[in-house]
Write a protein that binds this ligand. Structure first.
Ligand code: XMP
Length: 511
């Protein structure tokens, strides 16, 4: 089945994915394409509407990204947001000029009555804006539909051509009624029906997997996280026991994690091959202190174990992966290529010699949607809403060498952090919260005795996608509970510190 589709053309805004996520929340299927996608490729998808994203450049720059101007003539509604608005203005004969004051943050706009994009929305709105240019004069045939103190044209529209534009960002949470504005565009203007739901996704994905795999056998490397588990459950729904899941216990998991995975798979009647390779991983990690070397050692050991196990299980035709939509989107580099800060060794990185065809049932989904699909498939709430956990596990949360003793310290402390954060009702609000074992010892006093023991750092961050993050302002009572429990219950720790750095310039993990 094909869904009514909105195409989002990406001009490099940090909010492009957010636009798509908002549309998906409105039950609208959408795809992000690079700004220079050929017109034929856009038209082939028969979009119900097109959104031009924001972007960091000025339309007056020589090398500014531009889309094919044919998008305005496809007879489908187009909505330009911020840079997208300026581009539309410049392309259709209006005037764009540098703003006297660069607008960044909240602004108030006044809405003209009767504009379809603002149906059922109050006449004054607080909106979130971020732009250096503004529209001085709209193109011929356009009406001004909103104004602000600093921008004579905060929104404009040509009803006859079904072209719309906003100088502000409806997709960010700080814009009042932003979601309603997007809803008015897709439902009111584009005539979408909202045919993208997670239950329809489950049905369609199941049928697609059956068709792709035929009578073949599929092997799935489980990481224990939400993505690979949901992928496995979906594939099992489609092909039953022609799916085999392999879970490798790498010895750097959280407390009770391996047993929980076993139990979950038992409850779901999913075939699981459980391999306890923790001793081998610890052996390969012995003496390793450099973070990247740790990651590489864990990645390489995983491949060795997985390959050996898969071979022992006979011939497989397909490898299942929990690839998500953000991994698939062709990223636009209008501000220069991004650098690899840390190499991420996940199940995905199998070498060429293990030639499998791939089954990637979650390729269309954002993380929030994977969680909804997980719920739909009967996975428990607590699991589905788990905070992300890195593939190299606790190894990158032990600064210095990974040993069984040091693992036990960080694992116990991490468990206490999770328990207390959940008890305080903060777990879902945080992107991640965890303990890090520092490579230092310090002096303390316990009873009458002097101690010289290890230090745990608490890391708790709020983030939208892990790319940037801010340290969480945890209540002092919560910090007190975490600290006193760790010092009292974890033998070998006599000091707890709280990490108050944001990303950038720090990273979320300490290694
Ligand atoms: P950083 O530390 O780079 O982390 O700010 C950003 C997000 O990525 C996770 N992370 C990893 N995930 N393998 C993974 O699967 C890795 O090697 C890895 N390193 C960091 C981290 O937990 C955070 O959510």
């Amino acid at each position: 089945m094909t869904h009514q589709t909105i195409i989002v053309l990406d001009f490099g805004s940090q909010f492009t994915q957010l636009i798509a996520r908002r549309l998906r929340e409105l039950s609208i299927y959408c795809e992000i394409l690079p700004f220079d996608a050929p017109l034929a490729e856009i038209a082939r998808r028969e979009p119900a509407g097109i959104i031009l994203s924001g972007g960091p450049r000025s339309v007056s720059d020589a090398g500014a990204p531009r889309c094919d101007t044919g998008v305005y003539g496809l007879s489908v509604p187009v909505l330009g947001i911020c840079y997208g608005m300026q581009l539309m203005t410049a392309a259709l004969g209006g005037e764009v000029a540098p703003a006297p004051h660069r607008e960044y943050g909240l602004a108030t706009i006044e809405i003209q009555p009767g504009a379809p994009l603002f149906t059922s929305i109050p006449g004054h709105l607080r909106v979130w804006a971020s732009h250096g240019d503004l529209v001085k004069a709209p193109p011929p045939g356009f009406a001004v539909t909103a104004t602000s103190a600093n921008a004579p044209v905060a929104a404009m529209a040509s009803e006859t051509r079904r072209l719309y534009a906003l100088l502000f960002h409806p997709e960010v949470a700080h814009t009042d009624h932003g979601t309603e504005i997007l809803r008015n565009f897709v439902y009111g203007v584009c005539g979408c029906r909202g045919d993208w739901t997670m239950s329809s996704f489950v049905e369609e994905a199941t049928a697609r997997i059956r068709e792709q795999v035929g009578q073949g056998r599929v092997v799935c490397g489980l990481s224990g996280g939400v993505d690979s588990t949901v992928a496995a459950v979906l594939i099992h729904r489609a092909i039953g026991d022609r799916l085999t899941c392999i879970f490798v216990d790498n010895g750097v998991l959280r407390q009770d994690e391996a047993q929980q995975i076993n139990k979950r798979f038992e409850r779901l009647s999913l075939p699981l091959v459980f391999v306890d390779a923790s001793a081998l991983f610890l052996e390969r990690l012995a003496g390793v202190t450099d973070p990247e070397t740790k990651r590489k050692a864990i990645g390489a050991t995983f491949i060795d174990v997985f390959e050996r196990e898969a071979k022992a299980l006979g011939a497989f035709d397909f490898l299942a992966q929990g690839t998500l939509y953000p991994d698939v989107i062709e990223s636009v580099s209008v501000v220069g290529p991004s650098h690899v800060i840390k190499s991420h060794h996940n199940v995905g990185g199998l070498p060429d010699r293990m030639r499998f065809r791939l089954v990637e049932p979650l390729r269309q989904l954002f993380k929030d949607e994977v969680r909804l699909v997980g719920k739909e498939l009967g996975l428990d709430d607590e699991f589905v809403w788990r905070q992300p956990f890195p593939g190299p596990g606790l190894a990158v949360r032990i600064l210095g060498e990974v040993t069984a003793t040091r693992l036990a310290l960080v694992r116990h402390a991490d468990h206490i952090v999770a328990e207390e954060v959940k008890r305080a009702g903060w777990y879902r609000r945080l992107w991640q919260s965890f303990a890090v074992l520092l490579p230092i010892q310090s002096v303390g006093v316990m009873g009458d005795a002097r101690t010289y023991e290890h230090t745990i750092a608490i890391r708790a961050v709020e983030s939208r996608d892990g790319m940037t993050a801010d340290w969480a302002r945890l209540p002092h009572e919560l910090l007190t509970a975490i600290s006193s429990r760790i010092v009292n219950e974890v033998k070998g720790i006599n000091r707890v510190v709280f990490d108050i750095s944001s990303k950038p310039p720090s990273t979320i993990e300490w290694e």
